[in-house]
Design a protein around this ligand. Structure first.
Ligand code: SF4
Length: 308
């Protein structure tokens, strides 16, 4: 437990960043105090791109384990630190390495599209990685080649992509415990309470919830949509942390979280104090074996090629 104030911690963090040539990457679902001191705040795709481009020696990744792993895959020579090692992802843990390995062996000609929310061990068996920002584009590319596809682990984003594109794929039965729990009745209650608000949602929600949305998009796309919109009020159907950036960019607009349940416990495990101690002591380094890394990085690089 530190007795330092937030500003004192910020001062030390800024100093260590320079001394150690470190960069802090933070996901939009992190608490506001961490977003405010980070060098880059973004969604999974933007942070993966930053990780691949940085010339820092140390990357401190404020997010969950698979995100730091992705940064390590892209920068194997750098020290990648995760302030709280236990910060995992419910969805990523729903794909078991043995099961996807078996699928790969039994379906050698199927293109495996792997949501970035997956472990490096599972990414080894994928052909290409996707995020909610680029999934439709990548699925369309393989569909035009007449390929059979498996999409996983998120069945909801997979269902949404199939619904939008009319393309058939096999789906893994994974989901995000936060988004998947939303019901159409949550939306109906919120719309009655805030009749002038537009409802925006992340495609990790179920299709029956997405059907009620005025706009569906990735975290970054939702932020851009509410910023560009003439509307003044929005009901937010994704993790509550995103409202921090929405409010920063849109001081005159109001944002209402769809449900109090939209808080990712894993993302919120990381406190400013954890970031502070992690950078100070350079602890919690991500390690991936060379064998896994060399295979898993291929699908991430493939995704980045699609995103140029
Ligand atoms: S919000 Fe869902 S998908 Fe995102 S890190 Fe948390 S559990 Fe994983």
């Amino acid at each position: 437990m530190t007795t330092l104030t937030k500003e004192q911690m910020y001062d030390d963090i800024r100093r260590w960043k320079k001394e150690k040539n470190a960069v802090i990457l933070a996901h939009y679902y992190q608490v506001g105090d961490i977003q405010d001191i980070a060098d880059y705040v973004g969604d999974s795709l933007a942070l993966a791109q930053k990780a691949s481009q940085t010339d820092a020696d140390i990357i401190v990744f404020c997010g969950v384990h698979f995100m730091a792993e992705t940064a390590k895959l892209l920068s194997p020579q750098k020290k990648v630190l995760l302030p709280v090692m236990e910060a995992g992802c419910f969805m990523a843990n729903m794909m078991d390495e043995a099961a996807i390995k078996k699928y790969r062996e039994e379906n050698p000609d199927t293109v495996i599209l792997m949501y970035v929310n997956s472990t490096a061990n599972c990414k080894q068996y994928a052909d290409v990685c996707v995020t909610s920002s680029n999934a439709l584009k990548i699925i369309d590319y393989y569909a035009k080649q007449g390929k059979k596809m498996l999409y996983g682990p998120d069945k909801n984003l997979g269902n949404y992509a199939m619904h939008k594109s009319n393309i058939k794929m096999d789906l893994w039965h994974g989901f995000c415990g936060i988004h998947n729990g939303l019901k159409p009745s949550d939306v109906e209650v919120a719309k009655k309470k805030y009749p002038n608000a537009l409802f925006v949602a992340h495609p990790e929600c179920n299709l029956d919830v997405l059907a009620l949305a005025d706009y569906v998009g990735s975290t970054k796309q939702l932020i851009e949509y509410v910023t560009a919109s003439d509307a003044k009020e929005f009901i937010i159907g994704t993790e509550v942390g995103v409202i921090h950036e929405m409010e920063k960019r849109n001081p005159g607009k109001k944002f209402y979280i769809l449900s109090d349940r939209l808080k990712c416990f894993e993302m919120k495990l990381t406190r400013l104090e954890d970031l502070y101690n992690c950078l100070k002591d350079e602890t919690n380094e991500i390690e991936i074996s060379k064998e896994v890394s060399e295979k898993a990085v291929k699908c991430v690089n493939k995704m980045l090629e699609f995103s140029k």
